[in-house]
Design a protein around this ligand. Structure first.
Ligand SMILES: C[S@@+](CC[C@H](N)C(=O)[O-])C[C@H]1O[C@@H](n2cnc3c(N)ncnc32)[C@H](O)[C@@H]1O
Length: 265
């Protein structure tokens, strides 16, 4: 285990892996995950529905829109199907650049480098706030043609960037670097439908464990999409985004507490 990985402190990527039923997590992650689950009992549905939203959005953009390039920031510990597996099952030549700032995701990154022979994948170890480092990275420039549309994916990651760290500025810079005809895929935790005491307790549990976290309202979420053209059905629970073929009835936004949207840049 690389020395910079502290397994005694809960970490979002490993805790999310725990909720998804993965095996790359430690007692501190499980304890933190269980604390949140005690406060918000549908958290495992949240994690699964968020992941399925990501897969449906990649499927839609590849199949219906013809997108062949993806920049997935805040990738998480690999969980099959990963974005490249979804895209390449439809268009084998699709190219995907993954970015995460977590050393443990880096340790597992090999599972993201399993591209089809026709396509390509790369993994960058970077923070989403380091927009220049990401956009000028030689591996990104080798893989993505920034004159052709790209799907910029910020799925369940921006709630780990507090307002003080200017997530709106970072998203604006990333969006500005995408060529016309690109898309933004975005999801974000919200406390809009949560009793205030629950939201405060979730906040306190995270901040006590030094995991930066911030819920955002629908209005605050919509600010990330300012100036972009929202695709139908607009801003909805991740469980409801183009989910006609998913098992019905769908979990509600009260169950998931995560908004999702896809917009044209
Ligand atoms: C909940 S997981 C989401 C994984 C995946 N996008 C999905 O939706 O299934 C959040 C991921 O964002 C990463 N992350 C958190 N803050 C980040 C930052 N500032 N820059 C890059 N990655 C970050 C975490 O390490 C974690 O892997």
């Amino acid at each position: 285990m690389p020395p910079e990985i502290d397994t005694t402190v809960a970490h979002p990527a490993r805790r999310y892996d725990y909720w998804l039923g993965g095996k790359d997590n430690y007692p501190a992650d499980r304890e933190s995950g269980d604390t949140i689950a005690d406060l918000f009992p549908t958290i495992r549905i949240t994690a699964m529905e968020n992941r399925r939203f990501m897969c449906r959005a990649v499927d839609y953009l590849t199949r219906q829109v013809g997108i062949r390039q993806f920049l997935d920031i805040g990738t998480g510990i690999p969980t099959s199907p990963n974005a490249h597996e979804v895209a390449q099952s439809i268009a084998p030549a699709s190219r995907v650049v993954y970015v995460d700032n977590d050393p443990i995701v880096l340790v597992h990154a090999r599972a993201l480098l399993t591209s089809s022979p026709e396509g390509a994948t790369a993994y960058l170890d970077a923070d989403l706030r380091e927009t220049d480092k990401i956009l000028r990275h030689p591996d990104l420039l080798e893989l993505l043609d920034l004159r052709e549309p790209v799907a910029l994916m910020l799925v369940a990651v921006l709630h780990f960037v507090k307002d003080a760290d200017d997530p709106y500025g970072a998203v604006a810079q990333l969006v500005a670097a995408m060529p016309p005809g690109s898309y933004l895929v975005i999801s974000h935790a919200t406390n809009d439908h949560m009793p205030p005491a629950t939201a405060a307790a979730v906040d306190a549990a995270d901040n006590a464990r030094r995991v930066p976290f911030q819920f955002r309202t629908r209005e605050q979420f919509a600010r990330f999409l300012d100036g972009l053209e929202l695709l139908p059905p607009g801003i909805v629970s991740v469980s409801e985004w183009r989910a006609d073929h998913e098992p019905q009835p769908r979990p509600s936004v009260e169950d998931t507490a995560v908004y999702g949207a896809v917009a044209r840049i």
